[in-house]
Unconditional design. Structure first.
Length: 288
């Protein structure tokens, strides 16, 4: 029943968001809200905030007037599938890097003191500035027949965002066992590997699962931003840019792509949540 309750809450949250959107379009100022020349509230007129039903109708309409053009929904699904695969690659790399850092920081206190501040500081670097550097470095990499492709740069940038929540969550989880339990393993002359496998790793599950979900969502965000910054074609990020060019005459079109990107993040986080189904016995104290 718990997954069904979560699904119901998610649907209700979506309906509430749509209701708030429509309420603002009805009562909000058409010119937006300004204070001392700074814009505080978005414009509520139809070209800036189309109705929810107009966005849904636009998804079902053809993408363009060309003969045989797919609907916006079909084009959006194709783009989301491309971005999801790239984000998955970045998520896997981020999970490996984040969990590896967490293990090293938990095992050696000096490593935690030296590395953890840099882990936090890494998230202050803007992706827009990082993306051209990654593309430039990747363009010089060639190992035998393996050539660095543009999507690999996108996946690397996605992993850059994904590793942070995994590193923090896994470190907190690995350090969560009570000292009495650690001393019990030590009294039984258990090796560090045995203590890690039998005590610290199971205890970290309630912390790691939420971190993995957050990492999946951030990987999708990183992939979308990287697609825009690097000019990678085929993903939802470039589709948002392409649809935004028609915003003045077709305002619902770019919003359809934005909704698709938001749903993609939810799908990615939901897929990761499936991992927790096989870890039910470790989730009695899961931190959400």
């Amino acid at each position: 029943m718990r997954p069904l309750r979560r699904l119901a809450v998610g649907v209700l949250a979506g309906l509430a968001a749509a209701a708030i959107w429509e309420l603002y379009t009805l009562l909000g100022p058409d010119a937006g809200g300004h204070l001392f020349g700074a814009s505080l509230l978005p414009r509520a007129e139809a070209r800036s905030m189309p109705h929810v039903w107009d966005v849904v109708a636009r998804m079902l309409a053809p993408e363009s007037s060309a003969t045989g053009a797919p609907s916006v929904a079909v084009a959006m699904l194709q783009a989301c599938w491309f971005t999801l695969r790239v984000a998955l690659a970045g998520w896997l790399a981020g999970v490996v890097a984040g969990f590896g850092l967490a293990i090293g920081m938990q095992r050696f206190r000096l490593a935690e003191s030296a590395v953890f501040p840099w882990v936090v500081l890494s998230q202050t670097v803007p992706l827009i500035a990082l993306a051209p550097l990654v593309v430039g470095w990747g363009g010089k990499i060639q190992v035998g027949d393996l050539v660095w492709e543009r999507w690999m740069s996108v996946a690397l940038i996605a992993s850059y965002l994904a590793f942070f929540p995994v590193a923090v969550g896994a470190l907190r989880g690995l350090q969560s066992p009570e000292q009495a339990h650690v001393e019990l393993f030590r009294a039984q002359a258990a090796s560090p590997w045995r203590t890690f496998r039998s005590l610290r790793l199971p205890a970290s599950v309630p912390y790691v699962i939420p971190a993995l979900r957050l990492a999946a969502a951030t990987a999708v965000v990183g992939a979308i931003v990287a697609e825009v910054s690097t000019g990678t074609k085929g993903g939802i990020g470039r589709l948002i840019i392409a649809y935004a060019q028609a915003a003045s005459g077709d305002p619902a079109k770019p919003w359809a792509a934005i909704v698709g990107a938001a749903l993609l993040g939810l799908v990615a986080a939901g897929l990761v949540s499936l991992l927790s189904l096989g870890l039910g016995r470790y989730r009695h104290s899961e931190v959400s």
